[in-house]
Design a protein around this ligand. Structure first.
Ligand code: ATP
Length: 234
């Protein structure tokens, strides 16, 4: 479904990601983990078309995307949940969703079933939402675009542990629905392992290790080595 081959690129004159290859099957969830600054966000932004590609190819169901502008990649089936969320502050929840909606299985109603808080806040403006609600709205907005692949950048960032738990319940449902493939960048290793079918670890712009979540749980030494101090998981 998604095939990224030898992708190299970054921001302005700076190359951050080098020769990165990644393949996802339909419905598969892959978590990208790694220390701060190794290029996880840049990888998602290169795939979505917002960072500067130097070389490499990106195919979705065989269709080359690498030369297309962001909106055409979106139309072809890529959905991005950016780290900065980018919700319109002066539009309501419903308006934020309908601005991104495209025909398909993911309707506004289905998104609100997945995130019941969004239904309760439907008429509130973006700027009135909590951090957790903003994140749910950012994910919901990508879903109503009916992507084949969802690129999700640090959905738990800045959220209180209790909110992370609520969000996880919804994300687990989404991941297990197998209705779309997901590339998840996530700082909380336990979250990344719990949601993923497969994990890739990045270091200095490259994928340095690929493993199943169980393999990583059983190899704390490798996790600490590649991830630093926050990697301990049970
Ligand atoms: N939008 C951007 N414009 C310019 N430089 C950027 C942008 N996003 C990231 N960078 C730079 O790219 C480098 C890699 O950062 P990136 O955010 O991709 O790493 P990361 O692994 O996602 O780290 P973090 O977990 O801290 O987000 C950093 O030097 C960062 O400053």
């Amino acid at each position: 479904m998604l095939e990224v081959e030898h992708l190299t690129g970054g921001w302005g004159p700076t190359t951050i990601v080098e020769d990165l290859s990644l393949r996802l099957a339909a419905g598969e969830v892959v978590s990208i983990i790694g220390r701060n600054g190794v290029g996880k966000t840049t990888t998602l932004e290169l795939i979505s078309g917002r960072a500067r590609r130097v070389s490499g190819t990106i195919r979705l169901d065989g269709k080359p995307l690498e030369a297309l502008p962001v909106f055409e990649r979106c139309r072809a089936g890529l959905g991005l949940v950016p780290q900065s969320r980018e919700i319109f502050p002066n539009l309501t929840v419903t308006e934020n969703l309908s601005a991104a909606a495209r025909r398909g299985d993911w309707t506004m109603d289905r998104v609100m079933d997945l995130f019941p808080s969004l239904r309760r806040r439907a008429r509130n403006l973006g700027r009135q939402l909590s951090g957790g609600e903003l994140q749910m709205l950012a994910i919901g907005r990508a879903l109503v675009g009916n992507p084949k692949v969802l690129l999700m950048d640090e959905p738990t960032e800045g959220l209180a542990p209790i909110i992370v738990e609520q969000l996880m319940d919804s994300l687990k449902m989404l991941a297990s629905s197998k209705s779309l493939a997901i590339v998840l960048v996530e700082q909380i290793v336990e979250v990344a392992l719990e949601l993923a079918d497969r994990c890739v670890i990045m270091d200095r712009g490259q994928i340095v290790h690929t493993a199943s979540p169980d393999e990583l749980r059983g190899n704390q030494a490798l996790l600490s080595d590649l991830m630093g101090l926050h990697a301990n998981v049970s």
